[in-house]
Design a protein around this ligand. Structure first.
Ligand SMILES: NC(=O)c1ccc[n+]([C@@H]2O[C@H](COP(=O)([O-])OP(=O)(O)OC[C@H]3O[C@@H](n4cnc5c(N)ncnc54)[C@H](O)[C@@H]3O)[C@@H](O)[C@H]2O)c1
Length: 433
């Protein structure tokens, strides 16, 4: 059997998915796990019986471990500094969402990838869901012609699960996140399918933010980006928390349209694709709609993985890239920026009254100069004197009692035996509550 790629995982909640991948895949093994929350590390230790895994609570020690690559599943705002350290230590990097939180980090991350030559893969798993991945394949085959307009939705009402993803911590990244920060689950698949660079954006956010505020979230419930692409196409991207969930992608081209199923159709949304297009532009041939569930070679294995099997495929491509497989399809650092910067600049647009805002092109080295000291973000630890409010009109003042109530709910969830709450189960296993 060919050599397995040795992987270390930072962050033991979401990181559990990548640990599962390494346990079940044939091309990788997990050799080290790092988490500085004792209960999370303890839970991972219990799950690792019989496996040769070393555990760390300190990243600087973990990164010295003999391994080929690291998965960064730590806080969503802190990936870039850890990615930079890892690549400088000669490790390939798979980074969870989001790739960075400031323009300064964006420049440093790009330059580290270029200087070290290490593989950097952005873990935007939604690109690898069945329908969006099929859209990429069909677009490359010119099935719908030139891309003209797209819509993408990642609507996830997190109100019921807020205690088990923020634990009552006032400054948890999810509580400080602005509305358009987490835009890559919606926009990512359109960028990955078309390969087009976004050039400007108009941002919008909700004014009624009770759902988020009730759990202590300081950003707006909902963010929208209206993005202009380099070929003049327009994309409407929406994400955040409305009452009903939706993960949905639609692309219009010069000779047709393709889209994933809506939740209510009962057709397994991202698992089913609809294609309505002509052979030639201008035929108007009224060809029948094609509707099918795209299949891929590792579906038997992938089916047991989360997010419509995308959790399997994004890791598979990363590991195969390291192994030199020419079929490996990762999201490199430039594409990661194409997915993320529209959200960052949409927020600047929002703060300026939803004005159209240019998205910098950091592929051009001369553009980097302007941004290399820009620390603007909503994280007080990083922003310095460039701290941004968490939403238009200022950061809301949420009383401590809200966080205390959330913490109490989280404690109750940990004390219960609800096997569907995997985070509470991890916590409980670790702490022995
Ligand atoms: N792609 C997806 O579908 C998806 C789904 C869920 C979460 N995520 C991403 O996964 C990441 C983690 O989110 P989460 O939901 O697991 O919750 P989280 O951010 O609350 O947990 C992060 C974990 O990392 C550990 N950690 C943080 N900094 C550390 C450090 N310096 N040293 C050691 N350990 C450290 C924490 O103790 C914690 O256990 C985020 O980036 C999030 O965006 C992605």
């Amino acid at each position: 059997m060919s050599k397995k790629i040795k992987i270390g995982v930072l962050g033991g909640y979401r990181g559990s998915s990548m640990i599962k991948y390494c346990k079940e895949a044939e091309n990788a093994e997990v050799v080290a796990i790092c988490d500085n929350a004792p209960e999370v590390l303890e839970a991972q230790k219990r799950d690792a019986e019989g496996l040769n895994i070393t555990f760390y609570d300190n990243f600087d020690e973990f990164i010295q471990h003999d391994m080929d690559a690291v998965v960064l599943a730590n806080f969503a705002t802190e990936h870039a500094p850890f990615a930079i350290k890892a690549m400088k230590q000669g490790k390939h990097v798979f980074s969870e969402v989001s790739p960075m939180q400031t323009m300064k980090e964006a420049v440093e991350l790009l330059e580290t990838v270029e200087e070290t030559g290490m593989i950097y893969a952005y873990g935007e798993n939604y690109c690898y869901m069945p329908a969006p991945y099929e859209m990429k394949k069909l677009y490359a085959q010119n099935k719908i012609g030139e891309f003209e307009y797209g819509e993408c939705e990642y609507i996830h009402n997190c109100e019921p699960i807020w205690p088990s993803i923020t634990y009552g911590i006032k400054d948890h990244w999810r509580n400080n996140m602005y509305s358009t920060y987490y835009c890559t689950h919606s926009l990512g698949p359109i960028i990955h399918a078309t390969g087009l660079r976004p050039v400007s954006v108009i941002g919008l956010e909700s004014a009624n933010n009770k759902r988020r505020e009730m759990g202590g979230g300081k950003g707006a419930d909902l963010g929208i980006e209206i993005v202009t692409m380099e070929n003049g196409a327009i994309v409407k991207s929406i994400h955040g928390g409305l009452y009903e969930n939706s993960v949905w992608y639609s692309m219009y081209g010069s000779k047709g349209r393709m889209e994933s199923a809506r939740e209510e159709t009962g057709k397994n949304d991202v698992k089913t694709i609809f294609v309505k297009c002509d052979v030639n532009e201008g035929d108007y041939a009224k060809l029948p709609v094609e509707e099918y569930r795209p299949a891929r070679p590792y579906d038997d294995k992938a089916r047991a993985f989360g997010h419509g099997s995308s959790d399997f495929y994004c890791m598979w491509h990363f590991v195969e890239k390291i192994k030199g497989n020419p079929e490996a399809d990762i999201i490199d650092v430039y594409e990661a920026l194409d997915m993320f910067l529209p959200g960052m600049f949409a927020f600047r647009s929002i703060l300026g009254g939803s004005v159209p805002t240019e998205i910098p092109n950091l592929r051009k080295k001369e553009e980097r100069e302007k941004w290399k000291n820009d620390t603007a973000c909503t994280d007080p630890k990083v922003a310095g004197d460039m701290l941004l409010p968490t939403r238009f009109g200022g950061t809301p003042d949420i009383p401590d009692s809200v966080y205390e109530a959330v913490k109490q709910k989280w404690d109750e969830e940990c004390a219960s035996d609800n096997p569907n709450n995997y985070r509470a189960m991890i916590y409980k296993k670790g702490e022995g509550k």
